[in-house]
Ligand binder design. Structure first.
Ligand code: PLP
Length: 395
């Protein structure tokens, strides 16, 4: 027996659900790339990206996924032989650092715990020991999509400031922009990167850099600049220079619509919606965990992200049987553990175009699967989620 047929739900932490409005906006003929409305679309996208990053700096659009935005950021500010410090709290800052290594940047990992956020004191201590100023940049993620952690970006900035260190502060907001506050200028972030397919609700294939004045100064002397990624090239007066070639126009139609939807809802509301839906998810997981078969990956409650919840499972738990049941029998595709959490966890995404029925439906399917598969779990997870919603979503 299966109750799969009906609208299926993709609950993986990227790509996320693309709103029908965004899909419809993309269903349009190709347009001229030299003149006409596309030029205004580009200008408005660059400018609304500044709003969403909360910066007066420059923004750049790449026809690339998140890895492209990583490489773009690296190539625009570093030279071969420069050293960077990547702050581990899961898979992604380390991955960014590996990408830097591949182009000749020396990457040191500040070791972290995959169950905790980055410790600002550890960063401060490491930078204090760097008396020669060898570390050119600090790389960190706001939300690590593998571990489910949210790092305290302002606290990490303070660690750099108390030491008076000159490193660039570079933040990956791929899984957090559009889901929680991000204040590039107020938080002293020099370079920020994000992608289209998570909080920004647009199909994968676009990614972005934002850079402030300090980053632009480093850029002047960067030895790894390439023609395609180059920020300066993309500031050229001709429209095609902004993309170093043909603009990914249908992606831009989609992004334009998605940003309209976010700004119409209001970023404060968008963040609050994510917070409440994430809390409902966490309330359910907390109840289920009483049965002993599952637990939060992130041990500190304040460091659990509002984008994705990573749930660790105990030894007897059959992840393929569980995710297979959710998908094949009930039409919900969950995320599995990746990288260091492969085979140890599953992930519930609550990021982007999500609302109460989508999250309650997902949680309901998980609880159904636990019961059907005989997974020992605390009963009443859904009730706990409903309690969070009814408390927070006032009439
Ligand atoms: C998804 C993700 C990436 C990688 O993006 P791709 O589009 O898969 O290249 C990098 N960092 C974080 C935090 C992510 O969530």
């Amino acid at each position: 027996m299966s109750v799969r047929h009906g609208r299926e739900f993709l609950s993986i932490p990227g790509p996320t659900t693309v709103p029908d409005e965004v899909l419809n906006a993309m269903h349009a003929p190709a347009v001229d790339i030299y003149a006409g409305p596309l030029l205004a679309t580009t200008e408005s996208c660059l400018s609304d990206l500044r709003r969403i990053f909360a910066t007066d700096g420059k923004t750049y659009i790449y026809a690339a996924n998140g890895h492209g935005a990583w490489e773009a950021a690296i190539c625009n500010v570093f030279s071969r032989g420069d050293k960077v410090l990547a702050l581990e709290s899961g898979a992604f800052a380390v991955g960014w650092g590996q990408m830097a290594s591949a182009v000749g940047v020396e990457t040191e990992i500040l070791p972290g715990d995959w169950r905790k956020s980055v410790d600002p004191q550890a960063l401060e201590d490491r930078l204090r020991a760097d008396t020669k100023g060898e570390i050119k940049a600090v790389l960190v993620v706001q939300v690590d999509t593998a571990s489910g952690v949210v790092n305290d970006i302002p606290a990490l900035r303070r660690s750099i400031d108390v030491v008076g260190h000159d490193a660039l502060f570079m933040v990956d907001a791929i899984a957090s922009l559009g889901t929680m506050p991000f204040e590039m200028d107020d938080w002293g972030i020099d370079v920020a990167v994000t992608g289209s397919q998570k909080g920004l609700m647009t199909p994968p294939g676009l990614s972005f850099n934002a850079a402030n004045e300090k980053a632009k100064q480093r850029h002047e002397h960067a030895g790894l600049r390439t023609f395609y990624w180059d920020w300066t090239g993309r500031e050229g007066a001709e429209h095609y220079q902004k993309y170093c070639g043909t603009p990914p126009e249908h992606q831009l139609f989609g992004l334009r619509k998605a940003m309209d939807m976010l700004l119409e809802e209001g970023l404060e509301n968008v963040f609050e919606r994510h917070r409440i839906l994430a809390e409902a998810t966490r309330a359910a997981v907390e109840v289920w965990a009483e049965g002993g078969a599952v637990e939060f990956n992130i041990t500190e409650p304040h460091a659990r992200s509002n984008s994705v919840t990573t749930v660790r499972v105990n030894e007897g738990f059959d992840i393929p049987a569980f995710t297979g049941y959710c998908r094949e029998k009930c039409g919900v595709t969950l995320g599995v553990g990746i990288s260091g959490l492969s085979g140890l966890a599953f992930r519930i995404a609550h990021m982007g175009h999500v609302n109460a029925p989508m999250v309650l439906g997902t949680l309901g399917v998980i609880e159904t699967a636990f019961a059907a598969l005989g997974v020992k779990h605390g009963r009443g997870g859904i009730q706990a989620a409903v309690d969070v919603l009814s408390r927070n979503v006032t009439p």
